[in-house]
Write a protein that binds this ligand. Structure first.
Ligand code: BEZ
Length: 236
């Protein structure tokens, strides 16, 4: 008889991040409780000692201070064991020079998940891609422990870490100013008012409130906000 395909649980945007206790390269953590009050980029990679993952870890570690200034912590995971993680990160620091990055120390925690319990909980094992390795998943979790963004990449595709930084800034800006961010938004670009999903037409809610507001039609209004104001509101 043909076997039924396994049903894969996937957490969703707007839900509480599933909780777990894990062993990491920085000690044991309880997620998301240990991170209350902070944003977290929780991400998986397929395997230690592989080239795409190495390029990703070097890039991410090099940007850690930028994420810290946005009250954002990094948390990695793969189904490799702790000693493999430690040996790989030591090799990166001692031997790898790549794109001007060298002597890179990865100080954010990297979870060991040999049993795949956590990766399965987060839908990181996607059998169509691999039964034995996690895909490149990214979960952005807010200070209340809610999942705010999910992005998945296949094994062969390295992530764009400037885009992850843009997502963090856009989410924090949307929260701080009760706005939404249009396509390709970057700090300093116009914002959308009121945010998508709020009641009433944009025009009736914003007309007359602010001379800077520009309406393209009844459903589409924007207002300017300088880069300085964005970073003043969100940067630690
Ligand atoms: C890599 O990181 O290079 C990689 C890992 C697993 C499969 C394919 C590529």
């Amino acid at each position: 008889m043909e076997q039924e395909p396994e049903v894969i649980a996937m957490p969703r945007i707007g839900e509480d991040a599933p909780s777990f206790t894990a062993v990491t390269t920085q000690g044991t953590i309880k997620f998301p409780n240990d991170y209350r009050g902070q944003w977290v980029i929780f991400f998986s990679h397929p395997a230690d000692f592989t080239p795409v993952c190495t390029s990703e870890f070097m890039t991410f570690a090099s940007m850690q201070a930028e994420f810290k200034s946005l009250n954002t912590e990094l948390l990695g995971l793969s189904v490799d064991g702790l000693y493999s993680h430690i040996a790989w990160l030591r090799t990166i620091k001692e031997k790898i020079e790549y794109k001007g990055m060298k002597d890179v120390e990865v100080t954010f925690p990297l979870i060991e998940d040999i049993t795949m319990e956590i990766s399965k909980k987060y839908g990181m094992i996607q059998p169509g891609e691999s039964n034995t390795k996690a895909v490149r998943a990214v979960f952005i979790v807010d200070p209340k422990g809610k999942i705010r963004t999910i992005i998945y990449y296949p094994l062969s595709l390295g992530r764009n870490f400037d885009e992850l930084k843009r997502v963090i800034i856009a989410l924090q800006t949307a929260d701080a100013f009760e706005v939404a961010t249009p396509a390709d938004w970057q700090p300093g670009d116009d914002l959308i008012v009121p945010p998508a999903g709020s009641c009433g037409t944009a025009k009736e809610r914003v007309e007359g409130k602010d001379a800077n507001i520009k309406c393209y039609d009844w459903f589409f209004c924007t207002k300017p906000l300088s880069k300085e104001e964005v970073f003043k509101a969100i940067q630690k």
